[in-house]
Design a protein around this ligand. Structure first.
Ligand code: PLP
Length: 410
């Protein structure tokens, strides 16, 4: 069966150019870059060059501002725990209600440790509540952590503006952004628009590098204590033998994303927009979560009223279509996504979200495959739903009123 992979916000395939660049460091150039003998110089230089390239591609950051890690989860944990360990006098943190669990659960953990955390809300379209954000900032705020693009909906937060407001409130507040879904898709200029960002996390496997490598930008002068202690790798800031091959792959993947950005972006946006308009026009009671907000051009999160996203995913999978219900972390659980809850998605759709996320390797055939089967999958599941039964026989205004309720009526 042909596989139609539309889950690129979960992970991406390794680009052939990336694979080619990294394999010599798994085979003939496998030496430990910290070793003294001559053959180890190649891998050590490869890391230096990857660091230089990564820094440059993020808007002329300094190479020593780039720390290579194992994933975005590690980068986020390092950013948060490194910041709180370096600044013991402040105990207030501001984040949003829709962060990835790699920040959300870290912030929940901070609350258990006695920190005060404000989780700033979003509107029905996933846009941050600016007024609430401004009110949340305090003179004892230590850290602000706001994601750049949301993994479930693709909604993009105005990081440039939020980081500027933060620094205007108090230049000592550390500003972190989780840019895991945006690096390679949106321009990141750490000397320009993002000049007020102190810490920025991302991961290789979202941009066609392998799983198992990530990075954290730490602006010079930002105090961030090492999270992993041990050897002196990464200038003493992150212990553990460097994953040379994957670091080389990460830098190459970023380079490739920048080289191809204009062409890829236009093609991906056109495919996503076609998928959206075809499905919305063919299926009643289908909404685009975050559809009225600035969004990544590769992401489409659909709220399918009256049915379960899991059921849709199983049926899509039977047709070779790989999509997700938004977050890998909520799949298999009855708990609705905290992102959709924060967006006040009504109860009739809170379990019915399906996320399609595209990459440069998608083609029109993938989009056609979804358009062909999705309406019938939704139709067949709705025929089994008691709420659908009630709605299709209810005059439309009353049905629409039900679609506004966030809690199930008793
Ligand atoms: N942050 C965001 C926004 C993500 O989408 C993800 C992965 O889905 C992560 C962090 C975690 O990334 P990793 O798998 O590299 O730890």
């Amino acid at each position: 069966m042909t596989v139609h992979y539309l889950d690129n916000n979960a992970t991406t395939r390794v680009a052939p150019e990336v694979f080619e660049a990294l394999t010599p460091y798994l085979t003939e150039n496998y030496f430990n870059p910290s070793s003294m003998y001559d053959p180890a110089h190649g891998p050590a230089e490869a890391i230096t060059s990857a660091r230089r390239k990564t820094a440059k591609l993020l808007g002329n950051a300094r190479p020593d501002e780039i720390l290579f890690t194992s994933c975005a989860t590690e980068s986020n944990n390092t950013a948060v725990f490194g910041t709180i360990a370096s600044n013991p006098d402040r105990r207030h943190v501001v984040t949003t209600a829709v962060e990835h669990p790699a920040i959300h659960s870290v912030c929940k953990d901070l609350e258990r440790r006695g920190f005060e955390v404000d989780f700033v809300g979003v509107d029905r379209n996933g846009r941050i509540d600016r007024a609430e954000f401004v009110r949340a900032l305090r003179t004892d705020t230590l850290l602000v952590s706001v994601m750049h693009a949301n993994n479930e909906t693709g909604v993009v937060f105005p990081v440039e503006e939020l980081s500027r407001i933060t620094k205007e409130t108090d230049p000592d507040i550390v500003f972190h952004t989780d840019a895991t879904q945006s690096v390679g898709k949106l321009p990141i200029d750490l000397r320009g628009a993002f000049k007020n960002v102190d810490l920025l996390s991302f991961s290789g496997h979202k941009l066609h590098a392998p799983k198992g490598v990530g990075a954290l930008f730490i602006r010079r002068g930002t105090r961030c204590r090492p999270f992993l202690l041990g050897g002196h790798q990464e200038d003493g800031r992150r212990a553990g033998t460097e994953n040379v091959a994957f670091i080389v792959g990460l830098a190459r993947a970023l380079e490739l994303a920048m080289e191809r950005h204009a062409a890829d972006e236009a093609r991906i946006a056109a495919m996503r927009d076609r998928l959206q308009s075809e499905l919305v026009s063919r299926i009643p009671y289908l909404e685009v979560n975050g559809g009225k907000a600035p969004r990544l051009s590769n992401t489409l999160n659909l709220a399918c009223h009256f049915i379960e996203g899991e059921g849709i995913l199983y049926q899509l999978s039977a047709h070779g279509i790989c999509a997700s219900s938004g977050s890998a972390c909520t799949s298999g659980s009855l708990e609705p996504s905290h992102v959709l809850r924060a967006m006040h998605v009504p109860f009739t759709a809170i379990h019915g979200s399906v996320r399609f996320s595209l990459s440069r390797y998608n083609t029109d055939a993938d989009i056609d495959a979804v358009i062909e089967v999705f309406p019938e999958i939704v139709g067949s599941l709705r025929r089994l739903s008691p709420y659908w039964d009630a709605t299709k026989n209810t005059p439309r205004p009353e049905a629409m009123a039900m679609l506004e309720q966030t809690e199930m009526p008793h």
